[in-house]
Every structure is written in C-alpha cells, then in structure tokens.
Design a protein around this ligand. Structure first.
Ligand code: 1GP
Length: 235
C-alpha cells in the first residue's frame, strides 16, 4: 500500500521536550516542508506531546508521531511511525518492546495508521545509539545488507539511516539507497544548512531535519528549498 510517506522529500522533526515560540512554529509549519514528525529520544511525555500536536494542528501539513515511549502515545496524529532498530545488540529495541505493547494494548492499536521504520543507527554516541546499544561502526556494505534484509525479509516500508547529531557518510547512504528498491530511505543527522541538505537529498528519498531548528531557525528553513527546490536525481 502506498502511503503519504512516499511523497515526502523533506520533513522537520520536532521534539516535544524542546520549546519553540508561536512565531518559530509558524515559520516551520509554513516553510514548505512536507510533514512534521513529532519525536525525541528523552523527556517525551503524554502532556508535552499533546501540547505540540495541538499547536501543529493549526496548520494544514501532516503531523505524525514517532513512538519512543508507550506512555506518550497520543491519539489524533495522522500516522504512527514505529522505530525497529535493526543494528541493535539488544532485541528489546528490535521487537521486544513492540511485542509487549501489542500484548498490553493490541486491541486499541489502529494498525492501518502504523508504519514500521527499520532504523540503522550510525552515531553510537547519540542518545538513541547509547540507549539501544546500536552497533554504529557498520561499513557501507554491512549497512546496505541490513537495509536489503529489512526490505526483502521484513517488508519494511522505511529504512531510516539515523546519524542524529552528526552529518553522516554520504557514500554509505548512497550505497544503502542502491541496495534497496521501493522501500523509502529516510536520512537524518546533522543537516544544518542548504549545502548539507542538498548532499543528503542527492542520496536519500526523505531528508529529516531536527536539531538545527532549535539552534538556528533561519538555517533550518534554508534546508527546505535546498531539498525541494529543484528536481533532484538520486545517485
Ligand atoms: C533525529 O534524524 C533526526 O532523529 C535528525 O537529526 O537532529 O541531527 O538533525 P538532527
């Protein structure tokens, strides 16, 4: 099934645990980005997630929740993205917590709104990398093999190369893109201006921009045009 995720070239990821003024949020939501992902690795609560959703809902763009904490799953999002960490050493982060959630709440889960993301975490020093005990030292061919296995064996609709906090190895990203077919390749990490956005857009399907929103909003806004401004051809 084709989903709206297949049309996204650029998305902003907003962290419920960090603050933006109304003017800043308006600039983000009217920037021309394709969607807002709400998510974070720490400090995400039900209350701060509800608050951010209701503020983003003033605008017309899709707003989806990337679920990192069961206690902070809020109804009313357009979709729910579920990270499954492919390169973790601890199966809790691949399928363990997920099966616990299904056991507890299965009857409540709107499955047609749930999209799994095959995460490959490549910054081992990031909060998510430490928490999930990810093997962040993968070579390009190993990362590509994870992605291909996830597409072929697990039918993952999204592979997410997560460098959160650092700009990644674009050759590795390109190698992963070449190794998969219809699966959507999300890239996130260290996109901080037009140039890094352009580089990431050349080798991935969807560019995710997070931290720079909070440290330099004008630079964050530049990334939208850099990704979407012209028809980019994937390597
Ligand atoms: C984080 O992939 C996103 O989950 C974006 O990374 O915060 O480094 O932009 P940055």
């Amino acid at each position: 099934m084709k989903s709206i995720i297949h049309t996204w070239r650029h998305v902003f990821k907003l962290d419920p645990d960090r603050s933006l003024t109304d003017e800043e949020l308006e600039a983000v939501c009217l920037s021309g980005t394709d969607a807002i992902i709400v998510g974070g690795s720490s400090g995400v609560t039900y209350d701060n997630t509800v608050e951010l959703l209701s503020r983003v809902r003033q605008y017309e763009l899709p707003c989806v929740l990337e679920v990192s904490d069961l206690e902070a799953v809020v109804p009313g999002f357009d979709l729910y993205l579920i990270p499954m960490v492919l390169n973790t050493k601890n199966p809790e982060w691949l399928i363990g917590r997920h099966s616990e959630a299904v056991e507890r709440f299965g009857y409540l889960i709107p499955w047609d709104m749930v999209i799994p993301e095959g995460y490959i975490i490549l910054n081992p020093a990031s909060t998510a990398g430490i928490l999930t005990e990810a093997d962040g030292t993968l070579s390009a061919s190993k990362a590509a093999a994870y992605a291909q296995a996830a597409e072929r064996l697990m039918s993952m609709p999204i592979i997410y190369l997560e460098y959160s906090g650092m700009f990644g190895d674009m050759e590795l990203v390109a190698a992963v893109r070449r190794s998969i077919g219809q699966t959507r390749l999300f890239y996130g990490g260290g996109v901080a201006d037009a140039e890094t956005a352009r580089q990431a857009a050349q080798v991935s399907d969807t560019v995710v921009v997070g931290n720079i929103i909070y440290t330099s909003l004008p630079q964050a806004l530049e990334t939208v045009q850099a990704v979407k401004g012209k028809d980019m051809t994937l390597n």
